[in-house]
Design a binder for this molecule. Structure first.
Ligand code: FAD
Length: 391
């Protein structure tokens, strides 16, 4: 089929199947569970999963669409034009799926990928521990081989979405005697078992986007060891590269709601003169932010174009994560600045819905330069692995 015919087909499929409530909206990642926990979201998921379009470029043999680079570009353009939300988000499609495609056995791929593509199984990430964040390789959760299983004991923390997840991918210590990077393995485990206890952590905002996860003789099947025993650090690092290449501002090609564009907000609060934002400082800030975002999008596009060969992401994803997450924070700060005192509303009749959301976004965006490795950790990686500077 020609690309033009494919475009027509995709356009009419989206028009026919994407419910209005799944269009024309943005949401904060912390609210993803609520946004996707609706009948409309489920209809949209079913329609897209039926064609394998939830993970468009993954191989057909697992139920995905197997689209070429160019076909996927067309699909993304048509989704953006329709302002449609992705039918499926989360750690299944963005992190563990690509990692299994690269490191999983045929049996693991056949067992796990179809359930990721259909959205049937939700995943969470068991990396951080109370004493191991930036220094992740110091993790202490122990896994001991017992017959067909690994028996896990220990604790993970900041496990996003653990309370909604069916399965976890986790880094565990399988050889306590080895040097710290060498005794780690990468395992998959079912969250719905008696050895796993999940305690949501309540934030000051009232929401609980992440949890403490405790293992008391929890089981992971030996068939769910990904990569070799004690060589999990390599697998775990690659997964982080997939996570980092999906950093907020780096992946965002979709336009904000028109009412939320910087220029529109600036004109609303500072007024307009000759079609421009009336205030020079506001105008300068809006121009600078818009140009930097555009530059990042072009860089990301160039790197994706270069990756047509299917090469896995490398240490350069730390640049996307560093710039993308910093820009995302600057974007919400700019929106608060443009709104002045209306940009710090928390609740009450004096503030519009957009103003209250802007304050919450600004606060929640403090997290983007922390998760997936802090900005300082990204700078360390860029210095060592990209620029080749000495340790
Ligand atoms: C919203 C959110 C969601 C998260 N979701 C998950 C999840 O699903 N699963 C999961 O496993 N984890 C998750 N995390 C945890 C996240 O990965 C860690 O918070 C992060 O790696 C930092 O670790 P830490 O919090 O222990 O901070 P620390 O490592 O204690 O760092 C504290 C400060 O010291 C700095 N620092 C530390 N070491 C160095 C160094 N060598 N050089 C320079 N500066 C340094 C850091 O940059 C930081 O500013 C999440 C975190 C957040 C905020």
């Amino acid at each position: 089929m020609s690309l033009e015919a494919f475009r027509e087909e995709v356009r009419s499929y989206i028009a026919e199947h994407c419910p209005e409530s799944m269009k024309n909206r943005t949401f904060h990642f912390e609210d993803a569970h609520e946004v996707y926990d609706t009948e409309d979201a489920d209809k949209w998921l079913q329609a897209m999963a039926a064609k394998g379009l939830t993970t468009p470029t993954w191989p057909k043999e697992y139920g995905a669409a197997g689209l070429s680079f160019e076909e996927n570009q067309v699909l993304q353009q048509e989704m953006a034009a329709a302002r449609a939300l992705p039918p499926l988000t989360g750690m299944g499609t963005s992190m563990i799926g690509p990692t299994l495609l690269e490191f999983g056995t045929e049996e693991q791929k056949a067992r796990h990928l179809p359930k990721i593509i259909s959205g049937e199984i939700k995943w969470c990430q068991g990396y951080s521990e109370p004493g191991s964040g930036s220094d992740l390789a110091s993790l202490q959760t122990k896994a001991v081989v017992d017959g067909d299983n690994f028996v896990l004991n220990g604790q993970k923390i900041w496990t996003s979405g653990a309370q909604h997840a069916d399965w976890m991918f986790a880094l565990v210590r399988t050889d306590p005697e080895a040097a710290k990077h060498d005794g780690i393995s990468f395992v998959l485990l079912d969250m719905k078992q008696k050895g796993v206890t999940i305690k949501p952590i309540q934030l000051i905002s009232g929401s609980s986007p992440f949890c403490e996860t405790f293992f008391d003789d929890a089981l992971a099947g030996r068939e769910d060891l990904v990569g070799e025993l004690n060589k999990g650090w390599t697998v775990g690092k690659r997964l982080l590269q997939y996570e980092r290449s999906a950093a907020p501002a780096a992946r965002s090609k979709k336009k904000a709601k028109p009412a939320n564009a910087y220029g529109v907000i600036a004109k609303q609060y500072f007024g307009e003169a000759d079609g421009k934002i009336a205030d020079k400082e506001a105008r300068d800030k809006v121009s600078a932010q818009t140009m930097t975002e555009k530059a990042l999008q072009l860089t990301v596009q160039r790197v994706f174009e270069e990756s047509r060969s299917g090469k896995a992401p490398g240490a350069t994803t730390s640049i996307f994560k560093y710039i993308g997450s910093s820009l995302s924070k600057e974007a919400s700060s700019l929106k608060s600045f443009l709104r002045g005192s209306d940009g710090i509303g928390w609740e009450g009749e004096g503030f519009t819905e957009d103003e209250v959301e802007a304050t919450r976004s600004w606060l929640r965006d403090r997290a983007v330069t922390i998760y997936g490795g802090t900005n300082e950790v990204q700078l360390n990686i860029i210095s060592k692995r990209v620029l080749g500077l000495p340790d």
